[in-house]
Design a protein around this ligand. Structure first.
Ligand code: ADP
Length: 661
């Protein structure tokens, strides 16, 4: 292949522009990204070589070398990993394979601060080289190909890149950064070593740099003691390993600093932000493995992509096996990042095999439990304990350290929930074994607390005497839930109702009929049964109303026979004339509406219209010459009040206007 110029995929070109313009406050991360790629390439070679040992050629020791050339102002990262063929170089360095990329790029605004955050969540990998370089040269040969099938890829990071065939005896890749003038100090060995220590110490592969030596300058003329001047550090031909080169997860917890945990997270997740929490354990027993799991602070841009792979890397006895091992955690925990290193699995385990392995099942259960207990810890410490005097008037002494620890964890669960709460809810339908534990982790808005989320346990603890159910309502928005007519009687009686406004709520609640022995009851389903919360007089009044209203109800039913399944008198309303409810086990009108919007078929169930016998409008109905119009208006308004739309909006407007005139 002679030299040819190709264009970057449009999104890459856009991304590159933003990378170079918004990431320079955190320049040095480019080295972490490039070393991470080099390390991945070595991992891939080791894995492929399990079945094809010849791929090692004559260089079985995998390593990364970092070298600098001050005069040429370049920094080169060389690995002897899997390498790239010509097609692979074009494909992998010219396009982004991640799904949702277009979407992501369209969200970038040009505002540096906001963009650098987003880019951090996206992960720019190789392209981060352009933060410090105005030109990058990549030379590579894929393991197993002939020396004559090497490739050189060169780009200035604008719209295009050049590729050509080269002769390359050694396999693997070298990435040479032609540094910008203001990034010249990345040719300093001292500086580069410092960055490697900071970001890449735990890479399980040796990172080598040339040793430097002090070269004495010239003797100072006439100085008896032999002083010299003009000495300098010069690079020698001797290479030394500059990182610890042992896998962080295999080390003892006490030897790992919080910074190292954080850097390892950034390395594997490509996230620029520190994680919210991590857990690191060696599990022994019938299945042995080590887990190092992280909960990110921010949801990735593609969290809602259902095909998104899991975030766990699988190793077997320190040998990398695969990325995105989705078999290791259920889908609803897809936001968790980390590493699992098994002592039992065979090295040549495939994805298919993983699905069937009993060891993997045990690991999956173990990891799930670990994540849930990590979340439980965060939830427990969400509110920092205040030092308050007890009943005996004595205030417990809280040490500064304890206070600090509590404060450090305060608010974390709230942050977690805001990012991932909706995903966690998917677990209600996915993970029956842990349903109870998950239910305890759920939080909702409530009709009696403003802006503060409430869990079922907390709700239960403050239920009214005689209250037999946990009441909730689902709606499209918080405002709609809060102001829903169905809530009126609950407000009047001071009974708390959970307000559920996430799209998955209704679905998730399908799987949860009670919490800790207390039934969950939608206030928009079935007849209101306030049970003991209703006094005798109220019950009697309701029964009487139902009796006297019988003829009117029959007329309403007839007028609305195409719209309502039934019409009845209710005690759940206070200010509103009417509302819609569904039968006990029916699908809520809200869910039915959502399904229809999504183009799916929802069962055609008609709602029940409930009327408030005390309301003047309802009282006026009987004998009105406009009976038919009023009946339809009553129904359509009830629909509007819960965020729905009348089937024939124009007819509704016409009716209202006729009455107004
Ligand atoms: P990511 O690593 O997240 O996939 P990058 O932009 O960093 O994204 O890299 C894109 C692709 O280029 C990688 O997935 C890999 O296939 C290839 N690549 C990058 N660096 C190397 C390398 N040193 N050796 C082999 N392949 C590489």
């Amino acid at each position: 292949m002679s030299k040819q110029t190709l264009s970057f995929q449009a999104e890459v070109a856009q991304l590159l522009h933003l990378v170079t313009h918004s990431l320079y406050s955190n320049k040095e991360i480019f080295l972490r990204e490039l070393i991470s790629n080099a390390s991945d390439a070595c991992d891939k070679l080791r894995f492929e070589a399990l079945n094809a040992p010849a791929l090692f050629e004559d260089a079985p020791n995998l390593e990364v070398r970092v070298s600098m050339d001050k005069a040429a102002r370049t920094l080169t990262i060389t690995d002897n990993g899997i390498g790239m063929s010509q097609e692979e170089a074009i494909e992998h360095l010219g396009t982004i394979a991640k799904s949702g990329t277009k979407d992501f790029v369209s969200k970038l605004s040009g505002d540096q601060k906001a963009d650098s955050q987003l880019i951090g969540q996206f992960g720019v990998g190789f392209y981060s080289g352009f933060i410090v370089a105005d030109k990058i040269t990549v030379e590579s040969r894929r393991a197993g190909l002939a020396a004559s099938e090497g490739v050189r890829w060169v780009s200035g990071g604008a719209g295009d890149f050049e590729v050509e065939t080269i002769e390359r005896p050694q396999r693997g890749t070298s990435v040479t950064l032609h540094l910008r003038e203001d990034a010249a100090d990345y040719t300093s060995a001292w500086k580069v070593k410092g960055i490697i220590n900071k970001y890449s110490d735990h890479i399980s592969l040796p990172i080598l740099m040339q040793k430097e030596e002090w070269k004495e300058g010239e003797k100072v003329e006439g100085d008896e003691s032999g002083a010299t001047k003009g000495g300098e550090m010069v690079t020698t031909d001797e290479w030394e390993t500059v990182n610890k080169a042992n896998a962080i997860w295999a080390r003892a917890k006490k030897d790992i600093t919080p910074e190292q945990y954080e850097e390892f997270y950034k390395q594997i997740s490509h996230d620029f932000e520190a994680p919210l929490a991590h857990t690191h354990n060696r599990v022994e027993g019938s299945t042995e493995y080590t887990q190092l799991l992280y909960i990110p602070a921010k949801a990735p841009f593609d969290l809602w992509n259902r095909d998104k792979k899991g975030g766990l890397k699988l190793y077997v006895k320190r040998v990398f096996i695969m990325d995105d091992a989705e078999a290791l955690l259920p889908t609803y925990l897809r936001f968790v990042k980390g590493v699992v290193d098994s002592a039992d699995l065979p090295l040549n385990v495939s994805r298919e095999l993983l699905q069937e392995s009993r060891d993997v099942k045990a690991i999956r259960e173990g990891c799930t439990k670990r994540v849930l207990s990590m979340l439980e810890d965060l939830a427990r410490n969400d509110v920092a304990p205040k030092a308050e005097a007890g009943a005996d008037g004595v205030t417990d002494v809280v040490s500064e350290d304890e206070k600090k620890a509590a404060e450090a964890n305060a608010g974390k669960y709230t942050r977690f929930y805001a990012e991932f709460g909706a995903v966690l809810k998917e677990g209600m339908g996915e993970d029956f074994t842990n349903k109870e534990r998950l239910a305890k982790l759920l939080r909702f808005a409530s009709s009696t607390t403003d802006g503060v989320s409430v869990g079922f346990a907390e709700y239960k603890a403050r239920m009214k005497e005689g209250q037999e159910a946990i009441y909730y309502i689902t709606a499209d928005t918080l405002a709609a839930a809060k102001n829903s007519p169905q809530l009126e009687v609950f407000k009047k009686k001071g009974i708390e109702v959970l307000l559920m406004t996430d799209r998955v709520d209704e679905w998730a609640l399908n799987y949860l009929h009670d919490f800790d022995g207390t039934a969950l009851q939608s206030v928009a389903k079935g007849a209101v049964d306030l049970g003991k919360l209703q006094d005798e007089a109220e019950k009697k009044a309701a029964e009487e109303a139902a009796e006297t209203f019988k003829p009117l109800l029959a007329k309403l039913k007839e007028a609305l026979k195409d719209k309502a399944q039934d019409v009845r008198v209710t005690t759940r309303l206070v200010d509103s004339p009417a509302c819609l409810v569904v039968q006990d086990h029916g699908m809520s009108t809200q869910l039915a509406r959502m399904l229809k919007q999504a183009g799916q078929t929802a069962p055609e169930t008609k709602p029940v219209l409930e009327v408030n016998a005390e309301h003047p409008l309802v009282k006026k109905l009987d004998g009105s010459v406009h009976f038919n119009d009023l009946a339809h208006i009553l129904f359509d308004q009830a629909l509007l009040a819960e965020g729905g739309l009348p089937e024939d909006p124009a007819a509704y407007v016409k009716r209202v206007n006729a009455l107004l005139v």
